[in-house]
Design a protein around this ligand. Structure first.
Ligand code: HEM
Length: 148
């Protein structure tokens, strides 16, 4: 069971990162071009949000099933899995949730709604990228692009 969840969490990252990347690029273009905030934009951003929340559920299950909170924080690898991964990823998911909520204000212009997505989803994307690079550094058994 744990292995299945781990592979799901490992592979799901690509969906989250790709959706985030597409959403951020579209939002930057939308904000720069002062475009309307369309139903397609709304759907893309909600799918991105849902994918991040599903990743959160996989992650929380892994964290508590394998007692990662008991890891030895005096060593880099223990510290990473006990605190750093969860802290950075949860923060990224909060940013995505907040950004999506801000983008819903219909009183705002399309450009402002795109700007909110560009800012909060963009920050989340940076944080996730940093967390994955930190993972490879702290735990050399992990790889940047593999699925385990
Ligand atoms: C967008 C958010 C996230 C991304 C992109 C992500 C990505 C990853 C990656 C790439 C791995 C390594 C898997 C492998 O070795 O193949 C991993 C492992 C892990 N993640 Fe996340 N993660 C995210 C969110 C979370 C959250 C929110 C939690 C906890 C609440 C979490 C808990 C874990 C745990 C415990 C492992 C280690 C599993 C193990 O090897 O036993 N992750 N994650």
């Amino acid at each position: 069971m744990y292995e299945i969840l781990k592979s799901a969490h490992s592979g799901w990252r690509y969906l989250v990162v790709i959706l985030l990347l597409v959403a951020v690029v579209k939002a930057i273009a939308g904000a720069a071009g002062k475009k309307e905030y369309t139903e397609g934009d709304r759907k893309l951003n909600v799918f991105t949000l849902i994918s991040a929340h599903i990743q959160l559920v996989f992650g929380l299950l892994l964290y508590f099933m394998n007692d990662w909170y008991k890891a030895d924080s005096s060593v880099a690898v223990g510290r990473y899995w006990k605190m750093e991964h969860i802290a950075m990823m949860v923060l990224a998911i909060i940013l995505i949730t907040y950004g999506n909520a801000r983008s819903k204000k219909t009183a705002d212009s399309g450009a402002v709604r795109h700007k909110n997505i560009a800012l909060y989803f963009g920050l989340a994307l940076i944080l996730i990228t940093v967390a994955v690079f930190a993972m490879v550094k702290a735990d050399p058994t992990r790889s940047l692009f593999g699925i385990s």
